[in-house]
Ligand binder design. Structure first.
Ligand code: HEM
Ligand code: HEM
Length: 157
């Protein structure tokens, strides 16, 4: 039976943590570009953290997709057909949205400012997908089925 490796699990939670950092640091960016007030050192620091953390997310997403193809998906416990399809849609949607966000953020910061509008729009898609994903995780938690434990390390093979 295939399961997520500890590396995949660690990457999942590292990206969750880093998305929180992105959400938290993003608000400082417009302040660093204000034509009226000089940016504070703290805001400039947050902008830097946002850029480097965002680029790291991009690299980690590429790694996760590569691992996903190399190892395949969980094959031990299947939900009903539509639930499995919805889960796959949301999972691949999250990978695509996060990759697109890292890319458009990079382009906006270093090459072409107007890409920031796309970057912000994709954030709404990312948020919507995260909401569905976390709601589904909570639902599985209440049902106490085996789904939630897939993303936590365990000894069983
Ligand atoms: C997956 C990774 C990323 C996430 C989740 C993310 C998230 C966000 C969020 C939530 C905002 C604020 C959106 C809003 O105000 O409505 C934002 C803005 C911004 N991000 Fe990112 N970001 C990511 C990667 C990057 C990268 C890699 C860079 C640059 C190297 C970057 C540069 C920016 C810039 C410049 C803005 C300000 C746009 C503006 O206010 O005009 N982001 N990001
Ligand atoms: C920023 C938030 C999150 C993002 C972007 C995210 C992203 C993902 C992605 C892309 C997958 C698919 C892995 C694969 O098969 O390749 C996944 C799986 C999973 N995630 Fe998250 N996740 C987030 C938060 C959470 C939270 C808060 C929980 C639990 C409370 C959670 C629990 C799970 C579980 C249990 C799976 C495995 C589902 C299955 O195998 O069908 N995730 N996550």
């Amino acid at each position: 039976m295939r399961k997520y490796s500890n590396t995949q699990i660690a990457l999942h939670w590292a990206v969750v943590l880093m998305i929180t950092v992105q959400w938290w640091t993003a608000a400082a960016i417009p302040r660093t570009h204000s034509p009226l007030l000089p940016p504070s050192a703290w805001d400039l620091f947050q902008h830097k953290v946002h850029n480097y953390c965002g680029m790291t997310i991009g690299v980690l997403i590429a790694l996760r997709v590569a691992l996903r193809f190399a190892r395949g998906s969980w094959s031990g416990f299947r939900l009903s057909n539509w639930k499995d399809h919805t889960a796959a849609f949301v999972h691949w949607g999250l990978y695509a949205a996060l990759a697109a966000q890292a890319f458009t953020g990079f382009v906006a910061a270093y090459y072409w400012g107007p890409a920031a509008a796309v970057h912000k729009t994709i954030w709404n898609v990312t948020l919507a997908l995260i909401s569905i994903h976390v709601a589904a995780a909570a639902w599985h938690g209440f049902r106490r089925d085996q789904v939630l434990s897939r993303m936590f390390p365990s000894k069983q093979a």
